[in-house]
Design a protein around this ligand. Structure first.
Ligand code: UGA
Length: 450
């Protein structure tokens, strides 16, 4: 790709920083614009300000070679660029809709600086119809910019692997030249991916590798529909888990067999404490409110959302039932605070929600997480303690609750658990621990829907 050799990425969040660092290894000069000084300084030193597996090594290389250029300035970056990726945040409004202030501000500021023919690619998750509004904004400013939607499908914790070895790259817009320009950039990334995977120690795992060109509105809807469907699968699995709890069935056996039907698939049918993070909760509420603006009531998504919100409470109630007495004064070790393994992100984390609920119920709560201690601290109730190691968290615990599937948590030997705890209840809220091993060690194993 000769003519499109400069990229600007607006926003150095989970998506923006991974995107910038990877394109910087694929032959592009990449500016990454981050207004937060502390974060920017960290990136300039060749590191990420959040934990994401493999990311630091790619950033470090980009900084050393000069292909990754962190800046807080639109003026320095945008005018030189052939493609501008917008990866700014879309926090949710109190009513559940997406707050698009940063999305519009970024587009407006960049539009004043982009050279004619620049492609503006939206990666931030936005409600369907947003791109058309931004196109109108550009038309009103009389700028010659092609707008496309290029939704992001990477997951936190596996951001690099998901971007390098993708199922699909979706680009939607009106200009086929602009769509091609963005697809070409991804093809360049694909050409370099084995080398980048080696640097980042990401396993090579070739996926579907599909490039899909669509209309603008379809691309926007593809993104939120994908997340909504995955959230739906999780809530569906959790509602069957509740039934399995009552009917004395095992939801893992059920989902293994149900998921063996290729029409259904096994992924995202893991029952447990429900979904968290910066995407599913926000995207589900965003989809519900954006559909309402079009006069469509997505009742099915309301149901998925309500069920998910109930899960931490359901687990604490189930624990209380099994215990047969009050949680008051019981020492509970909550292992895992990140919303999933592989990240330090605690946004809408079920682990944090369960720790707080247990503490409200009078339990003496001590938590452990290998990466999320600092980020979780402001969200945990005051008297909840954070341990430095699993060993110190479980010491003398009456109950151990597993909340995040970190390897060191699910691989922790049951015999050691039994030895160090003073009680014997192991509540596996992620359904990932070896139940037989726990039982053999004399523990009372409780899962969700098991
Ligand atoms: C999700 C999507 O999977 C990505 O494709 C998308 O790009 C991203 O949102 C986004 O919109 O930016 P992410 O939130 O990083 O990615 O993480 P997931 O792996 O999807 O997990 C989300 C939550 O669901 C986690 O709390 C996880 O523990 C939970 N989960 C996942 C379950 O409870 N059960 C499952 O079977 C799978």
């Amino acid at each position: 790709m000769q003519s499109k050799s400069v990229i600007t990425v607006l926003g150095a969040g989970y998506v923006g920083l991974a995107t910038a660092a990877l394109f910087a290894q694929a032959g592009f000069r990449v500016y990454v614009v981050e207004p937060n000084k502390e974060r920017l300084d960290t990136i300039k030193q060749g590191r990420s300000f959040f934990y994401e597996e493999g990311l630091d090594s790619v950033i470090e290389l980009g900084i050393k070679s000069g292909s990754l250029l962190p800046t807080d300035s639109y003026e320095e970056s945008v005018p030189k660029s052939d493609i501008v990726f917008s990866c700014v945040g879309t926090p949710d409004n109190p009513d559940g809709s997406s707050n698009l202030t940063y999305v519009f501000d970024a587009a407006k500021t960049a539009a004043k600086l982009m050279k004619p023919g620049t492609v503006y690619a939206q990666k931030s998750t936005v409600p369907v119809g947003t791109g058309s509004q931004i196109q109108q904004l550009f038309a009103g400013m009389c700028v010659d910019i092609d707008y496309v939607s290029n939704p992001e499908f990477l997951r936190e914790g596996t951001a690099l692997a998901d971007t390098l070895f993708f199922d699909r790259v979706v680009v939607g817009g009106e200009s086929s030249a602009a769509i091609d320009a963005v697809i070409d950039a991804y093809r360049d990334l694909e050409d370099h991916r084995d080398h980048i995977a080696h640097i980042a120690r990401v396993p090579v795992a070739v996926q579907g590798d599909q490039y899909i060109a669509t209309t603008l509105n379809s691309a926007e809807l593809i993104k939120v529909t994908s997340n909504a469907f995955l959230a739906l699968k999780i809530s569906f699995a959790n509602s069957i888990a509740m039934l399995a709890d009552k009917a004395n069935a095992d939801v893992i056996e059920v989902m293994d067999a149900v998921g063996a039907d290729r029409r259904i698939g096994r992924s995202f049918l893991n029952a447990g404490r429900g979904y968290g993070g910066g995407c599913f909760p926000k995207d589900v509420s965003g989809l519900i409110s954006s559909a309402l603006e079009y006069g469509v009531d997505l009742e099915i998504m309301h149901a998925a959302q309500n069920l998910n919100n109930q899960m931490p409470g359901y687990i604490v109630d189930k624990l209380q039932d099994e215990l047969g007495e009050s949680l008051n004064g019981k020492r509970v070790a909550v292992l895992g605070l990140a919303f999933k393994a592989g990240t330090s992100d605690v946004r809408k984390s079920p682990g944090v929600a369960m720790a707080n609920k247990l503490s409200y119920a009078g339990a003496e709560v001590i938590t452990y997480d290998p990466e999320a201690r600092e980020e979780a601290a402001p969200d945990l109730l005051n008297h909840i303690l954070q341990a430095e190691t699993i060993d110190s968290a479980i010491e003398n615990a009456d109950i151990v609750l597993l909340a995040t599937e970190w390897r060191q948590i699910i691989d922790y030997p049951a015999t050691l658990l039994a030895e160090k705890m003073s009680g014997s209840i192991l509540f596996d809220a992620i359904n990932q621990y070896d139940a037989l091993e726990a039982q053999r060690a004399g523990l009372t194993y409780i899962g969700v829907g098991r």
